[in-house]
Design a protein around this ligand. Structure first.
Ligand SMILES: Cc1cc2nc3c(=O)[nH]c(=O)nc-3n(C[C@H](O)[C@H](O)[C@H](O)COP(=O)(O)OP(=O)(O)OC[C@H]3O[C@@H](n4cnc5c(N)ncnc54)[C@H](O)[C@@H]3O)c2cc1C
Ligand code: SF4
Length: 501
């Protein structure tokens, strides 16, 4: 029986982040562990409200009140089991999820403070590692059926683990040189140290999952070969087609890059350096893409932009501006616009924003300005208003509002246009829809025996959705292969986040 008064005794508290001057001098995670006393106190704030809306907020249906109470009472082994029953990789979501569950927590009603669900989750996840080092759970009997998973992000890995544990032989194909998808070279170490991916990979390997890196399906191995070698295929190739702005004058100047080029280069340097001082980040052709000593302008307001900001400060940028097309969101939920328990439009301050830089809202770039040698020296911006007319976004510049911001390095973090157009699609006979995603039937099949999950199916989204879709697609593949019993399927392909409209 949970403590019904815990939230009256304790306020919401999170562990202190590492001091800014210390953390921007290295690439380690921003948060230290919370410590058992704090996390048991915070878990005590969960009152087990009877109708846990947090379950609906979490696409995985994590059993949040159950594990909160197990943590409160110090039953860590049971908490680990309860969390792993619904989530293959809580060490990823506990660190990186924006926590729609917390937006749906009953304690958050009326502008109050929700339970620190995500922090409890990461502490349980880390307890799992500390207790038994992520004990492998290999299948006791093989089904003799074989599945190819294309793409090793959280969707592909969750599906691979579910299928391997059900007795199927699983091979994960990844074109990159390391497994992990965006977790590996997209998301910086200060948000997710890569040791957590490696520990999980050791578990998956011990459970029988085979990994083939450096293999681009559609190029190094054809769809036909994959179909011949396996009984089913899961496509989990992500939504990595970065949105660009080719119409903006000066886009072709040196120093104007896609944000992902910057993040991947930086992450590769950190991966190569280990704990040592990283070298300058470069593109694969050797062109430097490092913020050291530079005036950096980041265009965009989401996760990717915040990650570029944190990387720029760690690389030693002279100054950083982050530009957003939209006006500054309110600090608190506007209940008329986004009633509880939906995900609210509010100003999101990432740890990277504490580290410096200036955010400029309601502006659009009019031109990338040439220094006369083909290198960008500034961006010319204008204040704008944004309206939706017939579903189309109309951006209007305010006359006389133009000004220049100095820029030696400009990073475009303006979103993704779905999964990349690549040979694999035509070979499997699937096409991108209007959003650049791959549609599936209600059983996750895009075409006969070929399933799709994660960002490739949903469009650029979140890790929690990728894991949920990977689990659900694995359940559908298990059924398709005639597997015994049902695997858990937390979402169906049409499932959307909680929304008021
Ligand atoms: C910079 C950045 C920061 C983010 N931060 C967060 C965050 O803090 N929290 C959060 O919840 N979400 C975050 N996201 C979103 C999250 O990373 C994605 O939603 C999630 O990784 C999607 O998982 P996925 O498995 O569908 O695809 P991905 O992680 O994109 O993995 C797809 C994999 O498929 C591989 N692939 C593609 N084509 C082929 C082929 N033909 N053959 C072999 N392999 C192929 C790719 O190389 C890639 O490794 C962030 C995204 C970005 C870009
Ligand atoms: S995965 Fe995300 S939504 Fe689900 S419980 Fe964890 S933090 Fe909340």
């Amino acid at each position: 029986m949970p403590d019904p008064n815990g939230f009256l005794r304790y306020d919401r508290r999170l562990p202190a982040r590492r001091p800014v001057p210390v953390r921007i001098s290295d690439w380690r995670e921003v948060y230290p562990p919370a410590g058992e006393e704090l996390i048991r106190e915070q878990a005590t704030r969960c009152m087990d409200c009877g109708i846990p809306f947090c379950h609906d907020g979490c696409p995985l249906g994590n059993r949040i009140p159950d594990w909160n109470d197990l943590v409160r009472t110090g039953n860590w082994d049971a908490a680990v089991d309860s969390l792993h029953a619904t989530n293959n990789f809580p060490e990823f979501t506990g660190r990186l999820c924006p926590a729609p569950c917390e937006a749906a927590c009953v304690l958050g009603l009326g502008g109050q403070q929700p339970v620190t669900i995500k922090q409890v989750e990461v502490e349980i996840a880390d307890a799992a590692v500390a207790r038994d080092g992520l004990r492998p759970r290999p299948a006791s009997v093989s089904t003799g059926r074989s599945v190819a998973v294309v793409g090793s992000g959280p969707a592909g890995l969750a599906a691979a683990q579910q299928l391997a544990r059900a007795g199927h032989t699983v091979t994960v194909y990844e074109r990159d040189d390391a497994i992990g998808g965006l977790l590996r070279y997209g998301i910086p170490d200060f948000k997710l140290e890569k040791q957590y991916i490696d520990k999980r990979l050791a578990q998956l390997t011990a459970e029988g999952v085979r990994f083939r890196t450096g293999v681009e399906v559609g190029v190094d191995v054809t769809a036909e070969q994959l179909r011949a070698e396996h009984d089913a295929v899961l496509l989990a190739c992500g939504a990595l087609q970065g949105r660009d702005t080719p119409e903006t004058p000066g886009r072709a100047l040196r120093g104007v890059h896609q944000a992902m080029a910057h993040l991947v280069a930086a992450n590769r340097v950190v991966a190569a350096a280990g704990d040592g001082k990283p070298a300058l980040a470069t593109l694969p052709d050797g062109t430097p893409i490092d913020a050291a000593g530079k005036h950096v302008v980041i265009i965009g307001g989401g996760d990717t932009a915040a990650d570029c900001l944190g990387v720029a400060h760690r690389q030693g940028a002279a100054g950083v501006h982050q530009l957003d097309l939209y006006p500054e969101p309110p600090a608190e939920r506007d209940a008329a616009r986004d009633p509880w328990p939906t995900w609210p439009w509010v100003l999101r301050n990432y740890p990277a924003h504490e580290e410096g830089g200036e955010r400029v809202f309601a502006v659009a770039v009019q031109e990338f300005v040439d220094d006369g040698t083909g290198q960008v020296r500034a961006v010319r911006i204008a204040e704008v208003t944004v309206e939706k007319v017939d579903g189309r976004r109309i951006v209007t510049a305010l006359p006389g509002s133009e000004r220049e911001i100095p820029a030696d390095l400009v990073l475009l973090a303006i979103g993704f246009e779905g999964t990349e157009e690549q040979p694999l699609l035509a070979q499997f006979g699937v096409t991108r829809n209007g959003r650049g995603a791959i549609d599936s039937g209600p059983d996750w099949q895009a075409t006969d025996g070929v399933f799709v999950a994660g960002d490739m199916h949903r469009g650029a989204s979140l890790i929690v959705w990728a894991i949920a879709e990977g689990r659900a697609a694995a359940a559908a593949i298990h059924t398709y292969l005639g597997g015994v019993g049902d695997l858990p399927a937390p979402v169906d392909p049409a499932r959307q986040p909680l929304a008021a409209r």
